[in-house]
Design a protein around this ligand. Structure first.
Ligand SMILES: NC(=O)c1ccc[n+]([C@@H]2O[C@H](COP(=O)([O-])OP(=O)(O)OC[C@H]3O[C@@H](n4cnc5c(N)ncnc54)[C@H](OP(=O)(O)O)[C@@H]3O)[C@@H](O)[C@H]2O)c1
Length: 336
């Protein structure tokens, strides 16, 4: 298997190197790509140094079976044809193709088989907040159809990339040293703050990130589910948290929900309030599953359930989900 990573120097690209190794992904040859900023840099994979190549419109993708791309939407748009024209399956982390009807949008725990129908040779990885939410929603959907969801997200700095994570760390140092604070990656200082804006605003007052949660959830779950989201950047470094209210067709008891979460694929139930056990981003960074806790009946709606989830958005929200899609293709013999 010849595998390519486009955007190898980035937060998600670096996670690909770790996840592919950790999961013993079958690789005969790995090729890394970046822009002129990282071309020539070397990264070690399974004891071997690999030099980052400059991504260009040429035949570098000839022979590549799977290309994991995480270099932003513009790069994915521009290079999709170059990447796929020799038959490589492009598993894309950007938002470029997610709502394209000829591109499946896949979370393996929910709709793995959608990955088999890909007219453009592209499979899209959903937005990170949507991935972790649908893994949890699937467990409840199996009990009773979910009609609507209200969700507030608490999104870590690293969701905006490797440089954003560094900026948050530097901001804390600058504040404590009494120095002027560098603000480049976010609209405002994030250290000691919360920013209720992720991505740009759309005409209806919701941000693009919030509209991704509405649209992508429906596409992945093949559902008429309605999702109203408020997405907030918080000064955590890694792992997104979400406070979710889900309204089902019939009332679902706490016991049923707990059992469903405990047995749900890709989920870990962490819900023991008496022992102060609930998921927190600080302690779950780098973990594979989505953690669920604080499960309660919604006091304002008898068909409602309230719960809290935490997932590492660079792992399950990006690299791990993409690798799981590739593993599925291999398992069902859809790729050599
Ligand atoms: N961070 C997350 O939690 C997360 C989660 C899900 C999805 N995503 C998506 O994944 C993508 C990457 O995010 P990230 O957080 O890893 O960002 P990042 O840390 O800023 O990394 C961006 C990567 O893209 C590469 N790149 C940029 N322009 C390029 C070009 N013209 N040609 C080739 N490579 C280019 C960069 O390479 P150079 O260093 O060479 O410029 C770098 O490797 C984005 O589309 C993002 O929306 C991110």
């Amino acid at each position: 298997m010849k595998v390519a990573i486009v955007g190898a120097s980035g937060a998600v690209g670096q996670e690909f190197l770790r996840v592919l190794d950790e999961r013993n992904f079958p690789i005969d040859e790995l090729v890394l790509f970046g822009s002129s900023r990282s071309a020539g840099r070397k990264y070690t994979f399974r004891g071997k140094e690999i030099e980052v190549k400059l991504l260009q419109h040429n035949d570098d993708f000839k022979g590549v079976d799977i290309a994991f791309t995480s270099a932003g939407g513009g790069t994915s748009q521009e290079f999709a044809e170059t990447i796929t024209k020799h038959g490589a399956v492009m598993i894309d982390n950007s938002s470029a193709f997610r709502m394209d009807e000829n591109v499946p949008l896949v979370v393996p725990e929910v709709n793995a088989a959608d990955a088999l129908n890909r007219p453009r040779g592209i499979i899209a990885n959903p937005n990170c907040t949507t991935i972790q939410m649908v893994v949890a929603l699937k467990a409840i959907e199996n009990l009773s159809h979910i009609k609507r969801v209200h969700v507030s997200t608490y999104q870590a700095a690293s969701g905006a990339g490797a440089a954003a994570m560094d900026e948050l760390t530097e901001q804390y140092r600058q504040v404590l040293a009494g120095e002027p604070v560098t603000v480049e990656k976010f609209a405002y200082q994030l250290a000691y703050n919360l920013i209720p804006q992720i991505d740009v605003f759309t005409d209806n007052g919701y941000t693009k990130e919030e509209m991704k949660m509405f649209n992508e959830t429906r596409k992945i779950m093949h559902s008429d589910i309605q999702v109203s989201a408020t997405c907030v950047r918080v000064p955590a470094l890694r792992s997104h948290s979400e406070s979710i209210w889900a309204e089902t067709e019939r009332p679902v008891s706490i016991e049923e929900a707990r059992e469903a979460f405990a047995n749900g694929e890709g989920l870990v139930l962490m819900d023991n309030p008496a022992e102060k056990e609930y998921p927190m981003p600080l302690f779950l960074a780098g973990k594979d599953p989505v953690y669920v806790g604080r499960i309660r009946k919604d006091l304002a709606n008898e068909n409602g359930l309230a719960f809290w989830i935490v997932g590492d958005q660079i792992k399950k929200g990006a690299a791990l989900n993409a690798v799981q899609i590739a593993e599925y293709l291999i398992k069902v013999g859809n790729i050599k």
